[in-house]
Each structure stands twice: as structure tokens, then as C-alpha cells.
Design a protein around this ligand. Structure first.
Ligand SMILES: NC(=O)c1ccc[n+]([C@@H]2O[C@H](COP(=O)([O-])OP(=O)(O)OC[C@H]3O[C@@H](n4cnc5c(N)ncnc54)[C@H](OP(=O)(O)O)[C@@H]3O)[C@@H](O)[C@H]2O)c1
Length: 325
């Protein structure tokens, strides 16, 4: 099978498509012919080994996982002897462990892992995108921020993989959304339901004097200290990007029910059950059209290095997809 392999940390050129032996499923595993996956900012960190804390998860001196990739969307081509949930020919969507192994033609998933039948009406590309940003945006907004109808929500980094999902999920919850992003994403943020859009290159949202019940920074572009004046008395500031100050703030205020809170959380640390529940919600919202999978660009597996370059250096509007034909 073909797979995108990287033996060292570094620039996108470290990625090469190679032939690897086809894996065989263990008793509780299914083998999926993968059709679509994504490249998001977290995978760029896993490939490059920067920022430094990425190496805590992906290997200190060299990559622990030679094949990267988190989302798997395709059809089951073999099942282990004890598998009962899936059969050969089923269309499925799932997540590998640690965001590793999915940029390959054949991927093993545990049947009791994060994997679901792919609903009719959704393509493999739709499914891969719904299994990416929404898996972070949903728990951040619904579990950690406890967003409610009528609240004011600010999404920083609204044009990205997590941000495009966050805008839609907050709108779906009945919140009034203000979206902050670069000029290329402004129209998209409006289309996704944001009431107000702020061009980060010309306006400073912290200087506008508006207040929010929830500030979700999906770009790591702000800080609790800078955003605190924007929060209502019981407002929550959430960041998807860890830093020492937000980790500290989370320790002291993350679980508060009253007063201002600062929260950082990690999708990869959620239990299989929690991630499965979120995947089901994302797929259902996608199936009903309430959550639009926004594709910025699609690259074939052979152009995986270009996909990484695009995510790393360009201003995207949505999610970058890898097509594995
Ligand atoms: N904690 C977790 O579990 C978790 C899970 C997933 C992702 N993440 C992290 O969350 C971050 C976002 O991930 P992603 O996949 O959504 O990345 P992404 O698709 O690259 O999106 C980041 C967005 O931020 C925008 N941006 C950049 N600088 C900005 C600024 N100063 N102000 C406002 N917006 C800015 C970019 O748009 P423009 O360039 O057009 O402005 C881009 O759309 C990454 O650091 C990733 O590692 C964390």
C-alpha cells in the first residue's frame, strides 16, 4: 500500500510517498481502504517537531510515528475474527490514535475505537472534514464553554479548520457570533452565520469595547490577560493552543461555575467514548446540513508535501483535504 512517510522532523520535503506492507487486522480490528483525510495545524506541528511541546506527544528526537494522519473515511475491506459492529463493504469514518497512520491507503482501526458508519448523503471528503475541526470545536463550546442561546461568542481564528466549525456550532446553539480572521475568510465567516466579522489585519477586537460570554481562540493569537476585559462577569476564555499562562489559569479557574474562567483542553486526551459521541454529533449535524464541512483545498496523497506547505504558509478558508485514490 502507498503511505506518506517521514523519518525525521523538518520541512514538508521530509514527507515521501512509499510502498509499505499491507497490514492485517487483529481479532477486534477492521481494515479500511482510506479515501480521504485532512492536514491541519496539529499535523504540521507533528511533522516539523515545532513548537517544542509537540515532541512530547510525537517523539523527542525523531518522529515516533512514521505515517501521520488522523481521519479515516472509506470502506471496510477486511475484518478480524471477533468483529461484530462492521462488515466488509461498510462505509466508515473514524480516527486513528495520536493523529498517526491515516495518510495511507489501508488503515487499521479497532472496532471499539473512534469509528462510526458513514451516513448516506455524506461523501468521504465530508466525513473526513466533519471528523477534524468539529471534534475540537464541539467539546470546547458545548462542554467547556457551556455555550447557550442568546450568548455573545467571539471566535478568533474563525477561518481555520477548528474556527469554521466553531462559528457554525455557536450559531447552531443560538449564540450571536463575532468572527475574527484574515481578509480571505471574512465572507466565509458571514456565510457560516457570524453576525459580525473583524479583519484581524486592520482591526483590534480587544479595542472595540464589546463584551462576550465566550471567547474561543482557535489560533493561539491572544491571551487570557488581553481578552479578560472582553469577558462578561461569568465569561469563559478558551484557547486550543497551550501556553504556560493558560495552563496555569485553567488549573485555578477552568472548572469554576461562577466568575471569569480561562480554559485550555486537548481533544486527543478525551476518552474514546467522548470522542465517539462527538463524532456522532458532528456526522448528524453534517447529515442534516446544520454543520457544513468547509473544504479549502484538496490534494492527492502524492502531493502531501504541498498540502503541508499550504497549511503552514498560506491563509486558508476551511480545511485542507488529502484524497487517497
Ligand atoms: N487543543 C486541542 O485539542 C487542539 C485540537 C485541534 C487543533 N488545535 C490547535 O488549534 C490551532 C488551530 O488549529 P486549526 O487546525 O484550526 O488551524 P488552521 O486551520 O491553520 O486555522 C488557524 C486560523 O487562525 C487564523 N489566524 C492566524 N493568526 C491569527 C491571528 N493573529 N488572529 C486571528 N486569526 C488568526 C488563520 O487565518 P488567517 O491566516 O487567514 O488569519 C487560520 O484560519 C492550532 O494551533 C492547532 O494545533 C488544538
Amino acid at each position: 500500500m502507498r503511505a506518506a512517510v517521514s523519518a525525521t522532523y523538518g520541512a514538508p520535503e521530509v514527507l515521501h510517498v512509499e510502498q509499505l506492507p499491507a497490514p492485517a487486522p487483529g481479532p477486534r480490528e477492521i481494515l479500511v481502504r482510506n479515501r480521504a483525510s485532512t492536514v491541519a495545524a496539529a499535523l504540521v506541528a507533528a511533522r516539523s517537531g515545532t513548537p517544542w511541546f509537540a515532541r512530547l506527544a510525537f517523539g523527542l528526537r525523531r518522529p515516533r510515528y512514521p505515517v501521520l494522519g488522523g481521519e479515516v473515511a472509506g470502506d471496510v475491506v477486511a475484518v478480524g475474527s471477533a468483529v461484530s459492529r462492521f462488515a466488509v463493504g461498510d462505509r466508515v469514518v473514524g480516527l486513528t490514535k495520536m493523529g498517526a497512520g491515516a495518510h495511507a491507503e489501508l488503515v487499521l482501526l479497532r472496532e471499539d475505537g473512534v469509528v462510526e458508519p458513514l451516513p448516506d448523503g455524506l461523501t468521504e471528503v465530508d466525513a473526513a472534514v466533519l471528523a477534524a475541526g468539529p471534534l475540537t470545536a464541539l467539546p470546547f463550546l458545548t462542554v467547556h464553554a457551556r455555550v447557550r442561546a442568546g450568548q455573545a461568542v467571539l471566535v478568533i481564528g474563525a477561518s481555520g479548520c477548528v474556527g469554521t466549525a466553531a462559528v457554525q456550532i455557536a450559531v447552531h446553539a443560538g449564540a450571536r457570533v463575532t468572527a475574527v480572521c484574515g481578509p480571505r475568510g471574512l465572507d466565509l465567516a458571514r456565510e457560516l452565520g457570524a453576525e459580525k466579522v473583524v479583519d484581524r489585519t486592520t482591526q483590534d477586537v480587544t479595542a472595540a469595547g464589546d463584551r462576550y460570554d465566550v471567547v474561543l481562540d482557535a489560533a493561539g493569537a491572544s491571551s487570557y490577560r488581553r481578552c479578560r476585559p472582553l469577558l462578561t462577569d461569568d465569561g469563559a476564555y478558551l484557547s486550543t493552543v497551550p501556553s504556560v499562562p493558560i495552563l496555569w489559569r485553567n488549573l485555578w479557574t477552568g472548572r469554576r461555575t461562577r466568575g471569569r474562567r480561562g480554559v485550555v483542553a486537548f481533544t486527543g486526551l478525551r476518552s474514546v467514548e467522548q470522542q465517539l459521541d462527538t463524532l456522532r454529533t458532528a456526522l448528524e449535524l453534517g447529515r442534516t446540513g446544520e454543520l457544513r464541512p468547509v473544504v479549502d483545498a484538496a490534494y492527492p496523497l502524492d502531493k502531501i508535501a504541498d498540502a503541508h506547505r499550504h497549511v503552514e504558509h498560506d491563509h486558508k478558508a476551511g480545511t485542507v483535504v488529502v484524497l487517497i485514490d
